[in-house]
Ligand binder design. Structure first.
Ligand SMILES: C[C@H](N)C(=O)N[C@@H](Cc1c[nH]cn1)C(=O)O
Ligand code: ZN
Ligand code: ZN
Length: 491
């Protein structure tokens, strides 16, 4: 395609996207309305219903769709729960075109209006140019932006062959996905050239970014149990070892007030900080005050941008998420719970080994517990473990995405890492050995996992354009790379 016909096509595509804004927002509203929360077992049927909507949407695009059944999984209480299917889709098979596989997820984190949402989390609501709703940015909005961009091309001209992997268990650790990728490696993925994930956000509220690394996550349950039933605190308080007191001591032993993890050995294999990496953190544009404002907290653990980035990207962190079995409703209940489960996770970084981390956590907790001389029962498990990911920014994928961003947003992107985890990034890299990029369209103030999650109308629509522009750029670059390698072979 000549460069003039390519830019004419791009103009037409951008016009098409601008002209279809309300349809695109209507689709997002329909998707956000589904309570596809993969964390709460009661809502699993909603996740499955969501997967049907995705399959229908891809079929309407003209894609071949395969809903792959992953069977079921067992909850800690022994209950069997069906896993939602993974949708594998395919559109276009022109051998002249590169094949780009897009990964996204359509399950969401839990959300209730009472948690402090200003609007109903499952009713997409536009206020001052922002589209509020659970999943708006994580990850239904970006998945739809990609689909919108594909639809635009299908309506005009296909320059890329598309593949889709859409799952419904990402927020619960992508259960069953790794096995499917292994099974499909020689089939579905055999002709894939590039893999794109758009499941994180920029470092800034306004400046676009491309992500080349993310942390992993090791999630733990620590269970303490006394007898088989809850007890009256007046009748038994003061004469027994209370499970919640044990648990609080255990949780308190994990991290000190400076944020330093107290588990012996945990920092041993963290990759050494190179001079190059240190310089990168110094040179990156990052507004600490904006980040603080986005979080709503008054003070961070560290005072400089370099320290903050190091502790988000280079070092592991430990967060405590909750306690199952402890009384948490309003009011007073004078009970001693008989069994409590503490939940925490460690975001790990390159070179940390999941099985070593697990062993260090278990040994540490058993040691603290044994020093308490408690007769209670302790159980530590790691229900989930996702590995960190790091990519090569010299890959053509990054070049194409950078050009598309420059065209649509008028500026060069930040090259960033992400403190959160997309378990599939590392799986794709290890299993398929294809190049992977994280290409976010959401902004730093989108509030992923938080109350009042949103994506701005601007980011949703310009994000659709940036994906469309990326299709043109990757198709040009891919052809160029092939022509040059063919010439080298002939010479
Ligand atoms: C970055 C992505 N949108 C996301 O939110 N991922 C989750 C995945 C996860 C990790 N452990 C359990 N789930 C996250 O980083 O929390
Ligand atoms: Zn996500
Ligand atoms: Zn998420």
């Amino acid at each position: 395609m000549s460069s003039s016909s390519s830019s004419e096509l791009e103009m037409e595509i951008f016009q098409y996207i601008d002209g279809h804004q309300s349809d695109f927002i209507k689709d997002l509203k329909e998707w956000v309305a589904v309570q596809s929360d993969s964390v709460q077992p009661d809502l699993r049927k909603e996740v499955i219903r969501m997967m049907v909507l995705v399959a229908d949407r891809l079929a309407a695009l003209g894609a071949t769709v395969n809903s792959v059944n992953l069977g079921s999984h067992q909850l800690p209480n022994g209950q069997d729960l069906p896993l939602p299917p993974v949708i594998l889709g395919e559109l276009g098979r022109d051998p002249q075109n590169p094949t780009v596989c897009f990964y996204g997820h359509v399950d969401v984190q839990p959300a209730k209006k009472e948690d402090g949402w200003k609007t109903d989390p499952y009713t997409l609501t536009e206020i001052n140019g922002n589209l509020y709703g659970r999943g708006a940015t994580d990850n239904k909005g970006p998945v739809l932006a990609w689909i919108n961009a594909v639809e635009t091309f299908r309506a005009l001209k296909l320059v890329v062959n598309f593949k889709f992997v859409i799952e419904g268990m990402e927020e619960a650790g992508s259960l069953g996905l790794e096995k499917l990728l292994e099974e499909e490696n020689q089939c579905f993925f055999s002709d894939v050239d590039y893999i794109v994930i758009s499941d994180n956000v920029w470092l800034s509220n306004k400046k676009p970014a491309l992500t080349y690394g993310s942390r992993g996550n090791a999630c733990f349950f620590v269970e303490v149990e006394c007898g088989g039933k809850d007890l009256h605190s007046g009748t038994f308080g003061g004469i027994i070892h209370e499970p919640l007191t044990d648990l609080i001591a255990l949780l308190d032993s994990l991290v000190d007030p400076t944020g330093h993890i107290q588990i012996p050995g945990i920092y041993d294999s963290v990759a050494a900080l190179t001079e190059e990496e240190r310089k990168l953190y110094e040179s990156i544009e990052f507004d600490l005050e904006e980040h603080k404002k986005n979080s709503g907290v008054k003070k961070f653990l560290y005072g400089t941008k370099e320290e903050i980035l190091l502790h988000l990207w280079h070092y592991p962190s430990l967060s405590i998420h909750g306690i199952e079995g402890a009384f948490h409703e309003p009011g007073i209940k004078t009970v001693i719970p008989s069994k409590v489960i503490g939940k925490f996770s460690i975001r790990q970084v390159p070179h940390m080994d999941l099985s070593v981390v697990k062993q260090q956590v278990v040994e540490h907790l058993e040691g603290v517990f044994s020093r308490r001389n408690s007769p209670n029962k302790l159980k530590v498990s790691m229900p989930l473990g996702a590995k960190p990911w790091l990519a090569d920014v010299n890959d053509p994928l990054y070049k194409a995405a950078r050009r598309a961003i420059k065209k649509v947003f008028g500026e060069d992107p930040d090259f960033i890492r992400d403190g959160s985890t997309v378990p599939v990034a590392r799986m794709f890299q290890t299993i398929t050995r294809k190049s992977v990029i994280m290409f976010p369209i959401g902004a730093a103030d989108d509030g992923e996992h938080s109350q009042n999650e949103k994506i701005s109308r601007h980011n949703y629509i310009e994000g659709t354009k940036v994906f469309a522009s990326f299709f043109l750029e990757i198709s040009k670059l891919h052809r160029h790379l092939h022509e040059t390698s063919n010439m080298e072979i002939k010479n």
